[in-house]
Design a protein around this ligand. Structure first.
Ligand code: KIV
Length: 258
């Protein structure tokens, strides 16, 4: 089976077909998500939080990303796999960024995602020109959590919104094939989506983006305490899994299983 390509994603935008993206970090979930028909699987550096239990994504390493990307690539047959480039693996040297991105493609990603705008334009250009497709990521960029003073909505003032719009255009011009817009006002996401030729994929950015992305563990309700307004829990996963584990504990203690 052929994986969804960046051309297929572009065609979806042109036909006004919504693009779906979910995160996955291992082969088992990647297989389920893939068979559910998502277009894109993001091996997000959110794994630092939902898998590793860290308070943010800053400690995720390139080796962590390569390990999880390899697992996801084994599970998924159809979706386009995007791997996040972790904090400080692409910001300070273009050659290093190219080597690091190529490592993620060698482990099975079809493209990489980088956070930032005008500051990374030359890196995005170098990557795309060397055959590595790039997704941008603007708005709330979690790797800048400290510079942004926390996980807060971005682009609320006229100046901030203008800067994000300009960054989006610069990324498109540099060759990015899609842009994730995280936690920006709906109206700003709508305007960027209309202006860009390439697809936008929103999270907490309203319904007008060309696609939507959610962290799988949020969708499944595996961490029910984390419930910002833009997350929809489609399953009460934590409670269901706990019930199953409790049933197992009870049955073993009561000698009902095995
Ligand atoms: O790492 C991640 O899961 C992400 C999404 C929230 C877009 O970047």
């Amino acid at each position: 089976m052929k994986n969804i390509s960046i051309l297929d994603l572009q065609e979806k935008k042109e036909k006004s077909e919504k693009i779906t993206m979910l995160t996955a970090y291992d082969a088992t979930f990647a297989k389920i998500v893939d068979q559910a028909g998502v277009d894109m699987i993001l091996v997000g550096d959110s794994l630092g939080m939902v898998i590793q239990g860290e308070p943010n994504t800053l400690s995720v390493s390139l080796d962590d990303m390569a390990y999880h990307t390899r697992a996801v690539a084994r599970g998924a047959k159809r979706a386009h796999i995007v791997a996040d480039m972790p904090f400080m693996t692409y910001q300070h040297d273009i050659k290093e960024a190219m080597l690091n991105a190529s490592k993620l493609l060698k482990t099975g990603a079809h493209s990489v995602k980088l956070e930032g705008g005008r500051n990374i334009v030359s890196t995005v250009k170098a990557l795309t020109e060397s055959g590595i497709p790039v997704t941008g990521h603007l708005g709330l960029t979690p790797q800048s959590v400290h510079a942004l003073s926390g996980f807060r909505k971005q682009g609320r003032t006229e100046d901030a919104a203008k800067r994000i719009s300009e960054d989006a255009l610069m990324l498109e011009k540099a060759g990015a094939y899609a842009i994730v817009l995280e936690c920006v006002p709906d109206e700003l996401a709508k305007q960027i989506t209309k202006t860009l030729m390439i697809p936008t994929i929103g999270i907490g950015a309203g319904p007008q983006c060309d696609g939507q992305v959610l962290v799988l563990y949020d969708l499944l309700g595996l961490n029910p305490e984390f419930k910002p307004s833009f997350v929809k829990q489609y399953l009460n996963g934590a409670a269901l899994i706990q019930q199953a584990c409790e049933a197992y504990v009870t049955e073993v203690k009561q000698r009902d299983f095995p």
